[in-house]
Design a protein. Structure first.
Length: 61
């Protein structure tokens, strides 16, 4: 299971690298740990981060 999770995390990072921005689907303001890591990764690479529910977005991680 850990091997699969690591593979998926790397795949998501590659997709972030290929994108101009990411869109976070944060229903009810919830953002899980993996998504927080992906947001941090995207921001570190200068990617724009959009949130479904802007009122609950993360300003900094």
């Amino acid at each position: 299971m850990k091997k699969l999770r690591k593979m998926l995390d790397e795949m998501h990072k590659q997709k972030i690298d290929m994108s101009d921005e990411i869109y976070v689907i944060n229903v009810g303001g919830y953002i899980g740990e993996s998504t927080k890591n992906e947001i941090e990764y995207a921001k570190a690479r200068g990617k724009k981060v959009l949130y479904m529910e802007n009122k609950n977005r993360i300003e900094s991680i």
